[in-house]
Design a binder for this molecule. Structure first.
Ligand SMILES: Nc1ncnc2c1ncn2[C@@H]1O[C@H](COP(=O)(O)OP(=O)(O)OP(=O)(O)O)[C@@H](O)[C@H]1O
Ligand code: SF4
Ligand SMILES: [Mg+2]
Length: 330
């Protein structure tokens, strides 16, 4: 594991981040309403480590990542990457952040330009975000192709001439090209077959060990991240409901929603899963445009009390930095 800066500041610090989308109401004078996609989200990530963000569809994982990379606007909060404030910067500073924060997307089919050859896809960020000479660009591309397990002759091929796993390798090479500080992997294996998933996860782990990479790894599946991360933030309806190191989350889950997610992970011991099943959840989250007053999870939580309906639990330290947002967890 590589070291943080001498001051020991984390590579990524997110504090009280908020992103909202304006939703128009019908009619000429319909008042503006907001969907709070990311609400008061805080976490940090050390250099060389992986933080997983886990949660079901619509919980705000991608929006959090896009706000960190300045691809959507946050309306409140603070984001620091390598000790530089990210929100509010413009011009060359913003270009540098684009170089420092790179994405690997879920769908290698749609995230690669079908009319570009593989080597030009990898070259593109070098051209637009760095001053690297064309000779050096070619050397970097050659090295990256080898690092991600693609053959030199494949550089001239187009995306449709690759398999899904190979396409994701091109996406990984493109993300590494500018030597970013932070790599955001947004569901990087969910579109792939199970056998190929394991290959890509292994590749990401090997590259991390070789180059000291820092990953923000987004997944709806705790099973995918269980061998892939140092810490985990579980999101539900835009908020972090549990945030701790990987071992504590898997061995001692505290939030009812986390326990329900874990009960669906097949690789977890059968007996433990059976215990967890007792609090499996049903139904859908409430309408994000009309969130409840109390805990957002209350309409699905088998343990909900009157207090839960009335007041929203804050994310608080329940011991040894294990952060949980639940009234019943002491
Ligand atoms: N551009 C947008 N305009 C309006 N609402 C949006 C926009 N982008 C996202 N949302 C809403 O914000 C919420 C969070 O969406 P987000 O895509 O971040 O969730 P997610 O956790 O990444 O989900 P998934 O697992 O499906 O990718 C959802 O309710 C979504 O509908
Ligand atoms: S605060 Fe109440 S409703 Fe929310 S997760 Fe805890 S017990 Fe369930
Ligand atoms: Mg998403």
């Amino acid at each position: 594991m590589t070291q943080d800066s001498p001051q020991g500041a984390p590579l990524l610090q997110v504090e009280n981040l908020g992103v909202r989308f304006a939703i128009k109401r019908g009619g000429l004078f319909g008042e503006k309403r907001y969907l709070y996609a990311v609400d008061d989200v805080s976490f940090s990530l050390k250099r060389g480590e992986t933080l997983a963000i886990v949660g079901e569809s619509g919980s705000g994982k991608t929006t959090t990542a896009l706000a960190i990379a300045r691809l959507v606007d946050a309306y409140t909060g603070r984001v620091r990457v390598a000790e530089q404030d990210v929100l509010g910067i413009e011009g060359e500073d913003l270009r540098q952040i684009r170089r420092k924060v790179q994405f690997i997307f879920q769908d290698p089919y749609s995230s690669l330009n079908p009319r570009q050859r593989a080597e030009d896809i990898v070259r593109e960020p070098l051209q637009s975000l760095t001053e690297t000479s064309s000779e050096d660009q070619q050397k970097i591309i050659d090295r990256l192709f080898a690092s991600v397990g693609l053959r030199p002759e494949q550089k001239r091929l187009f995306p449709h001439q690759f398999s899904g796993g190979q396409r994701q390798r091109i996406g990984i090479a493109r993300a590494l090209a500018t030597q970013p500080e932070l790599i955001i992997c947004d569901e990087p294996v969910s579109a792939l077959d199970v056998a190929v998933q394991a290959q890509i996860l292994n590749l990401l782990r090997d590259l991390q060990a070789e180059f000291g990479l820092t990953y923000l790894f987004i997944s709806h599946d705790l099973g995918v991240v269980q061998h892939m991360c140092d810490s985990i933030a579980v999101m539900y309806m835009g908020r972090v409901v549990e945030y701790t190191d990987r071992r504590s989350l898997f061995n001692d889950p505290k939030h009812p929603y986390t326990t329900a997610l874990l009960s669906a992970v097949p690789s977890i011991d059968k007996k433990r899963r059976a215990e967890m099943k007792r609090i499996s959840i049903h139904g859908d989250p409430p309408d994000p445009l009309a969130p409840q007053k109390g805990c957002h999870f209350a309409n699905r939580c088998p343990m909900a009390t009157d207090t839960c309906q009335q007041s929203q639990p804050a994310l608080t330290d329940k011991g040894n930095g294990h952060m949980v947002a639940c009234h019943l967890v002491t």
